[in-house]
Design a protein around this ligand. Structure first.
Ligand code: GLU
Length: 313
């Protein structure tokens, strides 16, 4: 099945970017920062920008959050160039991919308990990693199990647009990682790879907190014979407690309607001179101005930006 097409002037755009929020709460300053940066990046290259709702984990989601996120993005001038894709409607595609990986021996069922995984875990710079105990065990499909990707002997190298050259061996860091969880929800790593390919995404612009997921995603792309997009990992905004602003630590939502002072703050955080921006003319004019002046390299090597105490929300 083909993805819903954007109103595209050319049949295969050179640049397709995306913003992929999880509807675990309303947009906060950190997520709006990422949304705007990914939009500017796409817009500057006359690319398409898509919104994908990552509603794959119902226990963590908040009722009404997906609609609230879409309304806020729209009010801030951030319109998806194709209908919003909901991952909850893509389960068949994840199932097909996970079946394919199992059938070709690239993934396997694992029935280790959490305790077993932790106690038998091997040392890793990340703390511990899965030992690979179930690789050869042929766990029956009627037992409760997760599905892990056999990631042995895969070494990943890529150059992040802002963070520079990266090199990781996912198996040494994370062990064989789950692509479907024991509670039968598909793992983020699998869904994101399947959908980036399905939507033809060429550029992933997102927070640096996801840099550590990238080698696992490239590993999956390689196992599936998919093209690897370009990656650009932005600094994350941190609050007064030194933690990344997130829905988990109850970062305050941004105003649902365009707010000039918040936009001013965000443009400055994006290393743009907000004094020059036509902020009072509304979000569309402010964003178009920002796309003309956007210089992502000004954020190069930055890992974090302080959102407090000067931030408007
Ligand atoms: N859904 C993820 C989040 O809200 C982002 C995933 C991605 O951009 O790859 O943090």
């Amino acid at each position: 099945m083909q993805p819903p097409k954007a109103d595209m002037s050319s049949p295969s755009p050179r640049y397709v970017g995306r913003f992929a929020p999880s509807p675990t709460g309303p947009l906060h300053l950190g997520s709006l920062f990422t949304a705007i940066a990914s939009w500017l990046h796409a817009r500057q290259q006359q690319g398409h920008w898509l919104v994908r709702m990552e509603d794959l984990d119902p226990p963590r989601e908040q009722t009404g959050a997906a609609e609230a996120i879409i309304t806020t993005l729209t009010n801030w001038g951030l319109h998806s160039d194709a209908p919003v894709l909901f991952q909850s409607e893509r389960l068949h595609a994840y199932q097909k991919t996970s079946d394919q990986l199992l059938e070709t021996g690239k993934a396997y069922r694992c029935d280790c308990s959490r305790k077993q995984v932790a106690t038998e875990g091997l040392a890793s710079p990340e703390g511990w990693r899965y030992s690979g105990r179930c690789r050869e065990r042929q766990v029956a499909s009627n037992k409760q199990h997760c599905i892990r990707l056999d990631s042995r002997s895969v070494q990943i190298q890529f150059t992040d647009e802002l963070q520079g050259p990266q090199q990781e061996t996912p198996e040494q860091l994370y062990g064989d990682f789950p692509i479907r969880r024991a509670d039968e929800y598909f793992a983020y790593q699998l869904a994101v790879v399947v959908d980036d390919a399905y939507q033809g995404v060429t550029h992933v612009v997102r927070g640096i907190d996801l840099l550590s997921s990238t080698s696992r995603q490239i590993c999956l792309q390689q196992k599936l014979g998919l093209t690897t997009p370009n990656y650009c990992h932005l600094p994350v905004l941190i609050g007064e407690d030194g933690q990344k602003l997130s829905k988990q630590n109850l970062a305050k939502p941004v105003p649902v309607d365009y707010d000039l002072e918040t936009m001013r703050w965000l443009l400055d955080a994006l290393a743009l001179d907000s004094d020059q921006a036509p902020l009072a003319s509304g979000p569309k004019a402010a964003l178009e101005w920002a796309a003309q002046h956007w210089q992502p390299q000004r954020l190069a090597q930055l890992k974090q930006l302080a959102a407090a105490p000067s931030s408007p929300c």
